[in-house]
Design a protein around this ligand. Structure first.
Ligand SMILES: Cc1cc2nc3c(=O)[nH]c(=O)nc-3n(C[C@H](O)[C@H](O)[C@H](O)COP(=O)(O)OP(=O)(O)OC[C@H]3O[C@@H](n4cnc5c(N)ncnc54)[C@H](O)[C@@H]3O)c2cc1C
Length: 412
């Protein structure tokens, strides 16, 4: 399939799940493919996201379950006081990362994808440049380019990281120590999953949310149940409607909390550590998008449902973008699906994406999952599109499997 005019049929910038799936799928379709990666192969999900956090959740979830004496005694099970080794839990997460990263890299090589290490950027139409670690630039030509550069933790102004006492999920996944009292800034799924891990391992948590209600991105029905089973029944204090306007690392860490409405300083907390989980920023500023006069939305690359890059609503030929850098549903399986769809379109098979059918999960104990429209979105479409809406509720408490597990102690 190589067109001799070009070095490659396809160059993918970024080897997270979006880039990985795109490159692998394109190679399987017979294209000559290169993938450029400036950091660790596998990107956020494998190295700093889904994989290590799920490993920590698996281990800490077992601690939580075995430590729930009252619940276990209802089955006639009696355990002795529980002991765990933090370093072994952390090793488990780290070893899993290494394993999955190696498998992913081998899969790409076996598929015939050329892996190029360095920082990639656009050098005009159908051209990509790579700067290696010695600062040497090489330019390649290609028929198509897929941008899959992902995202990084967003740290609001006023917050100073030292990566020891004040850190983001990039450090938290290493579980280097267990602070007695940790404040988590942000109550999205990352904040909730780490609150689950830390409380299972005996830490006290204060969760701080700038918006009026805790867990603002979740459906209100879910939030109501989650507040009870994930927050108030545990060693978690919540504070909403407050901004962490200044965080100074040290021992203790100082957090200045400002009231979101009055804009006055409300209190100063002294804690052992702070996890900043306030969302993610797109990795797009070093991509030299100006060379093709591409305008972004706060750094997020605009795309259509075929994954073609748009600027001011106009398609940029031969340029595609997938994954977190597009700011759609920022999840690994979305990035992977977008990667495959981009390649299908490059190969001339028209494919679009339907974000409404992509599920989302929060792997707390119990887990939270959702798919499709929220209730308020469904109500809004029923009004605008003039159809009637029904509501059906089913309770986990009444489910036979849940009853067999005695609610696993969460709804007791
Ligand atoms: C703590 C945490 C837990 C998560 N848990 C889940 C989960 O359970 N399920 C789920 O679906 N999602 C989860 N996510 C989200 C998921 O990790 C991301 O949605 C996913 O990694 C996005 O994939 P991506 O390919 O778009 O980008 P990334 O994985 O961020 O990969 C982008 C890659 O591009 C590289 N790169 C950037 N710029 C350049 C450049 N100029 N040149 C070369 N390379 C470059 C980066 O080094 C990186 O390796 C989690 C995220 C976090 C932080």
């Amino acid at each position: 399939m190589t067109n001799s005019k070009f070095d490659f049929n396809l160059i993918v910038i970024g080897a997270g799940y979006g880039g990985f799936d795109a490159a692998k799928h394109a190679a399987e379709k017979g294209l000559k493919v290169a993938i450029i990666e400036s950091g660790d192969m596998g990107g956020t999900c494998v190295n700093r996201g889904c994989v290590p956090s799920k490993a920590l959740l698996a281990a800490s979830g077992k601690v939580r379950e075995i430590a729930n004496y009252e619940h276990l005694s209802k089955f006639g099970i009696h355990t002795s006081p529980i002991r765990f080794e933090r370093s072994k839990i952390s090793d488990h997460a780290n070893n899993l990362v290494i394993n999955i990263r190696e498998n992913l890299t081998k899969t790409l090589t076996r598929s015939g994808v050329e892996i190029i290490r360095g920082i990639g950027r656009i050098e005009g139409h159908q051209k990509v440049a790579v700067r290696d670690k010695n600062g040497i630039d090489k330019t390649f030509s290609c028929e198509n380019i897929i941008i899959a550069t992902g995202s990084s933790p967003f740290v609001p102004r006023g917050i100073t990281l030292d990566n020891k006492t004040v850190f983001t999920s990039d450090q938290a996944i290493k579980l280097e120590w267990l602070p007695r009292w940790i404040a988590i800034i942000g109550s999205g799924y990352i904040g909730l999953e780490f609150a689950d891990i830390y409380t299972a391992l005996g830490c006290e948590v204060t969760m701080i949310e700038a918006l009026e209600n805790i867990m603002p991105t979740f459906d209100p029905d879910i939030t109501k149940i989650a507040k009870k089973s994930l927050l108030s029944s545990r060693d978690i204090e919540t504070k909403s409607n407050v901004f962490a306007t200044k965080i100074t690392p040290g021992c203790p860490v100082n957090i200045e909390l400002t009231n979101a409405k009055s804009k006055e300083i409300q209190e100063v907390l002294e804690v052992d550590a702070v996890l900043v989980a306030t969302g993610r920023s797109p990795n797009s500023k070093d991509l030299n998008l100006e060379s093709l006069e591409i305008k972004t939305n706060k750094g997020f690359i605009q795309i259509d449902d075929n994954m073609r890059v748009l600027s001011d609503g106009k398609v940029i030929p031969n340029l595609w973008a997938v994954g977190d850098v597009t700011g759609k549903l920022m999840l690994a399986h979305t990035a992977a699906a977008q990667g495959t769809i981009a390649v299908e379109n490059i190969c001339g098979h028209e494919r679009t994406i339907d974000y409404k059918t992509i599920p989302a999960a929060t792997f707390t104990h119990p887990e939270i999952s959702s798919v499709g429209l929220s209730e308020s979105e469904a109500k809004a479409s029923s009004e605008s599109e003039n159809f009637s809406l029904g509501i059906v509720k089913s309770y986990f408490k009444a489910n036979s499997k849940a009853l067999a597990e005695l609610g696993r102690g969460w709804f007791a």
